[in-house]
Ligand binder design. Sequence first.
Ligand code: NDP
Ligand code: 2IT
Length: 449
Amino acid sequence: MTSSASSIIHDVYEAAVTRNAGEPEFHQAMWEVLESVEAVIEQHPEYAEAAILDRLVEPERQIMFRVPWVDDAGRVQVNRGFRVQFNSALGPYKGGLRFHPSVNLGIIKFLGFEQILKNALTGQGIGGAKGGADFDPHGRSDAEVMRFSQSFMSELYRHLGEHTDVPAGDIGVGGREIGYLFGQYRRLTNRHESGMFTGKSVLWGGAEVRTEATGYGAVFFLEEMLAMRKDGIDGRTAVVSGSGNVAIYAIDKVQQLGGRAITASDSSGYIVDEAGIDVELLKQVKEVERGRISSYADRRAGARFIADGRVWDVAGDLALPCATQNELNGSDAATLIGNGVVAVAEGANMPCTPEAVHAFRDAGVLFGPGKAANAGGVATSALEMSQNASRQRWDFESSEEKLHAIMRDVHHSAYAASEKYGHPGDYVVGANCAGFVRVADAMLAQGLI
Ligand code: NDP
Ligand code: 2IT
């Protein structure tokens, strides 16, 4: 007798938890996917026969390395670097690098695992990977960030390449870090290989709209979900967390579409600006000065800074968590629901805890999971790779139109799969099933590797 889909899924999960002990974020991301694809496993016994799930949860390759560097005081510092090359069935490994003190192998694995299905959903021919280091760029000088980045790349470069593995930014890795990392790769390999990194400056091979893409894309996805209920962003208020790359451009797009984004946050607290966030001031504080969010409130009449508390206590129609994993819990979700939230789009990766996701689902709140809602960043990275390969340069307007079309397509794929697999309108199930089927079919076709 063949096992039921449910018991196959439980067996795969339990074996993976045992094998990857002490990695709660990876377990969480894995379980969310496994429980969503039950109907797919039922309909496709060939996936279980080929052990697709068992293979999917085991990275193709994991790299961990020492990153020694010298700080401005002349002291030797040692960090740990990571690159988890999770799955290359659909294309070269692709995914960002995160520099944050909380980085460990389990966090990189959760992000790499999410990236497999997210990248599949974009339809752009990219595999899944993630990397980073437990380095904290906050308070470090440019020279320290450069020395760290150079040391990090001195090991990682041998594992990268435009047809092998193509990193990009994530938390703590933006234009400055990408410049130093790319420079060191070029020096070590003697190749100006534009297609080996995305998120580059537009001065030397970067794509228009890549900087804006994740935030803009999340709002495009939100717009598509709202349109299913004949609703829109115009006139709506949005509560946004984070004040980095994703948050800034999510706020920007909400306001371009006639909404009002009234909050932003960082690890020191949050600001409320009922008049709508002044995006130029936010960029000045966070991108140019690399300052704390309180300095926005210091300079803007009517805005206030709250050091203790939850940004999700602020009432709004729309919520966009754009900072980090598990930043919105079940109790935050209950508060948002009580305040009448109608839609949530995850700009960050896995920002909502499972309790929060269930609460939104039970309350009928539209919910766009990160692997669909924030796919615009990596999708535009794939557009950057296309431009690098063909030595073309597309302008801002046409690039934004391509991003918009991709986000409509991601929404359509996720919605169609939610219907096909028996959970219409559940974008968690839809995104996971749509992405999974693409990867599983490619793995089946390519044999046992
Ligand atoms: P940034 O480094 O530009 O900004 C991160 C923001 O989140 C900062 O405001 C930071 O505050 C806050 N933050 C980070 N970690 C924590 C924490 N542990 N507790 C509280 N606040 C925190 O990163 P991005 O905007 O690029 O990334 C944000 C999220 O979006 C991440 O989940 C990332 O994986 C995801 N993402 C990013 C994409 C991209 O293209 N950049 C693409 C798709 C998803 P502080 O400065 O105080 O630490
Ligand atoms: O989480 C993500 O999708 C990213 N950090 C962007 C990855 C990429 O390769 O552009």
